[in-house]
Design a protein around this ligand. Structure first.
Ligand code: DC
Length: 206
């Protein structure tokens, strides 16, 4: 069974995808990490994430970069969003994601285009969302917890900009698949969101 989990940044889709994978005993791939690795590699190369060829060259990142803590930073998230607009980059990362989705027994993948491009045949598709203000609040709490001091308004501004870029790009824009179940977690805490997602998957698979 393939479970596709898509949604904007800080919507809780990663947490939900991990919990679904644990609950249903499936392997999980955070596809955003692949784009983050490309973004980070462009940075390491001293390149420009908006330059299609330089971004494509960075798709050759060493596999151990995926374990690098720097990939989690807001700065690298922004670079990831910028490299992800290039069709060449999306094409270079496609096979890896597709193979993961098609492995025997199934898988959970989370990202922006899993239900629309990577695994459109997935029998279960969730689109996780929440208001910009709530997503900014969660990101702010998480960063504050890690000792990073950033004004809430700056995070809200970054999230809105990232949404606009991810939804506005021509190739594989962030959007809910027609057959996705949209789960708005604005008024849910972590456990409620996970529970709602498990229930939604169970309802879908019967
Ligand atoms: O989920 P994330 O914040 O780690 O993703 C970082 C960026 O990568 C996101 O802003 C857009 C891009 N991305 C994408 O285009 N397609 C995916 N399937 C996953 C991420």
């Amino acid at each position: 069974m393939i479970i596709a989990v898509d949604g904007p940044t800080a919507s809780g889709k990663g947490t939900i995808a991990k919990a679904l994978a644990a609950h249903f005993g499936l392997p999980h791939l955070d596809t955003g990490l692949l784009y983050r690795a490309v973004g980070r590699q462009v940075q390491l190369n001293g390149g420009d994430p908006d330059h299609a060829e330089q971004a494509l060259a960075a798709c050759d990142f060493p596999v151990d970069l995926l374990d690098d803590d720097t990939l989690r930073s807001e700065e690298v998230g922004g670079f990831a969003s910028r490299v992800s607009v290039h069709p060449g980059v999306r094409g270079a990362l496609y096979e890896r994601q597709r193979a993961f989705a098609l492995q025997d027994g199934g898988a959970v993948l989370d990202g922006r285009d899993i239900g629309t491009v990577i695994a459109p045949e997935a029998p279960v598709k969730l689109f996780i969302t929440a208001s910009v203000a709530e997503r900014a609040r969660r990101r702010w709490l998480e960063m504050t917890g890690r000792g990073i001091v950033v004004p809430l308004a700056a995070i809200e501004h970054d999230i809105a900009a990232r949404d606009a870029r991810d939804m506005g790009r021509k190739d594989a824009p962030l959007t809910a698949a027609a057959d996705a179940l949209v789960l708005d977690t604005t008024h849910f805490d972590r456990d409620q969101a996970i529970e709602a997602a498990i229930e939604a998957v169970q309802a879908r698979i019967g």
